[in-house]
Design a protein. Structure first.
Length: 345
């Protein structure tokens, strides 16, 4: 297993990728710092630390399906439904006056709802052979319609202070959402790098047929991939609900594009099999720096949205040019048949 993982991620290539992302990050900080005297301030970085986790958690939910060669377009609505489950249980248990037992039950119910949604989506993909894009698109439409029907398009609010502290509080000066996000990053790194399931995910993304013939239960692996994605959606839903002290269907819809962009910018192969959590985290920080910098400069929100799309297109073009250059370099380095024959003589 260790040998295969080293083959998938050569140390020199991984180091160069991280170095490249760090250089981009430093350049962006310097650029926005020179354009706005408010950027390099504690208030700006505190705002980034509170905003990054909800996008980061949804990106982690997208990361594993992409790593397996799939996609989960239902992440934002899965998060919203889990947030609604949290809000409904708390409302049933007394609202803002709910006790610790009710809050614990609400969190467990929210996490369970996310896992169930993900498990159902994964089972449909694994056992029917449905394409992940079509299956997750159908799930997204179903969850959106269900949420709108149950809430009548409104929102549910009024949480106890302990729940609100998850999204708004700090621990030893560190934002609580950032601590939750860091813990989830560590969990994903542990699963992907130290467990048989993680190895199966990489194998499934690299070559599904070879994975099946090697004796790995691909149906179980697919189901677990989307169950884990649903779990992370639920964590994101809890953090979003606690941060805004309310839940409504459709919150965070704009994050869907950015989660895909963060994965691709973090050098995750869109066809699956290759990707690192550390690169994705750096890509998330870069995108959050861009968003915060544009906001301080007073950029129109529609222009910022267009910029996300332009970055995604640029990343795809850059990745194509890089892979094309690598193939040409490999062909040039390969000895010609005449040279090989002369060597044998």
């Amino acid at each position: 297993m260790t040998r295969s993982r080293k083959h998938l991620f050569p140390r020199t290539a991984a180091g160069s990728e991280i170095l490249g992302l760090v250089v981009v990050l430093v350049a962006l900080v310097g650029l926005f710092g020179s354009l706005s005297d408010r950027f390099l301030t504690g208030a700006t970085f505190s705002s980034i630390a509170f905003q990054l986790p909800e996008l980061g958690l949804l990106t982690l939910a997208m990361f594993i399906p992409i790593l397996s060669g799939g996609l989960n377009l239902a992440i934002t609505f899965s998060a919203n439904i889990s947030g609604l489950v949290l809000a409904w249980v708390i409302t049933w248990g007394g609202g803002a006056e709910a006790g610790p037992a009710v809050m614990l039950l609400a969190v467990v119910a929210a996490l369970a709802s996310g896992v169930i949604i993900g498990w159902l989506l994964g089972a449909i993909i694994a056992y029917t052979g449905a394409h992940p894009i079509l299956a997750s698109l159908a799930m997204m439409i179903f969850l959106r319609g269900l949420g709108e029907f149950l809430t009548r398009g409104g929102s549910v609010s009024g949480f106890p202070p302990a729940i609100s502290a998850l999204g708004q509080g700090t621990l030893f000066g560190i934002p609580a959402p950032l601590i939750v996000f860091a813990a989830c990053v560590g969990l994903w790194a542990l699963i992907l790098n130290r467990t048989r399931l993680g190895f199966s995910i990489f194998m499934l993304g690299s070559n599904p047929e070879a994975t099946r013939y090697s004796g790995i239960d691909t149906r179980f692996t697919l189901t677990m991939i989307y169950a884990l994605s649903g779990f992370m959606c639920a964590v994101a839903g809890i953090i979003m609900a606690s941060r805004f002290n309310s839940v409504r269907v459709g919150h965070g819809e704009a994050y869907l594009l950015i989660t895909v962009l963060a994965c691709f910018l973090g050098r995750v192969d869109p066809f699956g099999g290759f990707g690192r959590v550390s690169n994705v985290v750096l890509a998330l920080i870069i995108l959050q720096i861009i968003g915060s910098g544009l906001n301080l400069l007073g950029t129109n929100q529609h222009l910022a949205t267009a910029l996300w799309g332009a970055i995604l297109l640029s990343v795809m073009v850059a990745r194509y040019l890089w892979s094309h250059r690598s193939r040409l370099g490999a062909l040039r380095a390969r000895p010609s048949p005449s040279t090989s024959q002369q060597g044998r003589q």
